[in-house]
Design a protein around this ligand. Structure first.
Ligand code: ATP
Length: 371
């Protein structure tokens, strides 16, 4: 087990800054997930930790020791790839034994170590088979077993479940989490799948264009996003993000959403949270679809708007509510709301909506960071 520290890491490929001044401490025994869209620098960060890439700037420390100069083999870290990378001509037993033979572990010990890992991964009945006679899930377990058998200081996993079907991914997620918990091995896992990240991580490190946007527990990343990018990336459907402006009107402070006729009075607490710097300023208003209440009957303080589209996805309905149209881009300004499927409405029908005050987020429209 090991702690891993990245200090001000920058990595370029020609003109592309794949990783931009990234600093992060991964605790001993932690399950840390790098999450972000394609090309955001997740794999490069993982490869830097493994020693497969080298930073232009910055240091990588494993257990407090600077490892920049160490080869991948000398870092005592195991890498599990998206593609299983099993030897097709070797049996499962020999695939699992391979990393032990490579470091010259005594033959008498090898069988015991392989059996132990195979039992843990429930592949002990497959030890005589070749990879071509295994299912995708079984191959993935063997690949994991190969990483585990050496008892490395840490596991680095790059989308290891990307090739599995949806059901198997769900099963493997909980199994991997259980295994990691039992072994207590520091694990750094890369994915672009937010559900995978939310369900497995102790902490999620969200990346965007080479920059670490936020690192926090899944609960915090979802409920207290520190930037518009994180707010929009987490959640399905994602958070509603609407441009607006804070204005004083008589003794009241109002929030007006751009290109709509929607405005409402902010509470004293919200006004004080905004701080004087953001009053009378443009900002971005954020609210998740599950934090908007809608009703068919008028409610005191409710905002009247028309239903644009209703999407029924079984356990919930997603309703798009029309608020206006941006005259420059002709983009519709809609708000997505999540409701119980029993809430039946049709396109064109008027409804009344209210925002759950505890779950409103305000972002600076220039910096795109939370206010
Ligand atoms: P994905 O989820 O698609 O694998 P990622 O978040 O893992 O994406 P990286 O693979 O780390 O992203 O790539 C980050 C950026 O660096 C991308 O713009 C990519 O094109 C570029 N890049 C990565 N490796 C190389 C390379 N060997 N040569 C040139 N550019 C590279």
């Amino acid at each position: 087990m090991a702690s891993i520290e990245l200090r001000n890491i920058t990595k370029r490929f020609g003109d592309i800054i794949a990783v931009n001044n990234l600093s992060l401490e991964i605790q001993d025994g932690e399950f840390l997930v790098f999450l972000g869209p394609s090309g955001c620098g997740k794999t490069t960060t993982l490869r830097l930790i493994a020693g497969l890439e080298h930073p232009e700037v910055g240091d990588i420390l494993i257990d407090g020791v600077r490892t920049n100069h160490l080869s991948p083999a000398d870092r005592d870290i195991a890498f599990v790839f998206q593609f299983y990378a099993l030897y097709p001509h070797l049996t499962v037993f020999d695939n699992l034994a391979f990393p032990l033979k490579a470091v010259r572990i005594d033959q008498s010990e090898i069988s015991g170590l392989v059996q132990e890992v195979a039992r843990l991964l429930q592949i002990d009945r497959l030890l005589d088979r070749k990879p071509s006679h295994l299912s995708g899930g079984e191959m993935q377990r063997v690949a994991l077993g190969r990483a585990m058998v050496r008892r490395p200081k840490a596991f680095l996993m790059d989308e290891p479940m990307a090739n599995l079907d949806a059901k198997l991914r769900v099963d493997m997620r909980s199994e991997l989490k259980r295994l990691q918990y039992e072994l207590g091995t520091t694990t750094v896992f890369v994915t672009h799948d937010q559900v995978e990240a939310m369900s497995m991580a102790d902490r999620i490190a969200v990346m965007h264009r080479g920059v670490l946007e936020q690192v926090a527990t899944p609960h915090e990343v979802y409920n207290k996003p520190q930037s518009m990018f994180v707010a929009g990336f987490m959640g399905s459907p994602s958070m509603n993000l609407l441009h607006g402006c804070v204005q004083s009107d008589g003794g009241k402070t109002l929030l007006r959403l751009d290109h709509t006729n929607v405005s409402w009075e902010l509470s004293d607490e919200q006004v004080s949270n905004l701080g004087s710097g953001h009053r009378e300023h443009a900002l971005v208003f954020g609210i998740r679809p599950e934090h908007i209440r809608i009703s068919k009957e008028p409610v005191n303080g409710g905002i009247k708007a028309a239903v644009h589209l209703v999407e029924s996805i079984g356990s919930v309905n997603i309703i798009d509510i029309f608020l206006g149209e941006d005259p420059e881009t002709t983009n519709l300004i809609t708000l997505r709301v999540r409701t119980h499927p029993s809430f039946q409405v049709e396109s064109g029908q008027f409804i009344y909506l209210e925002f759950d005050e505890k779950h409103i987020h305000f972002f600076d429209s220039k910096t795109e960071r939370i206010i």
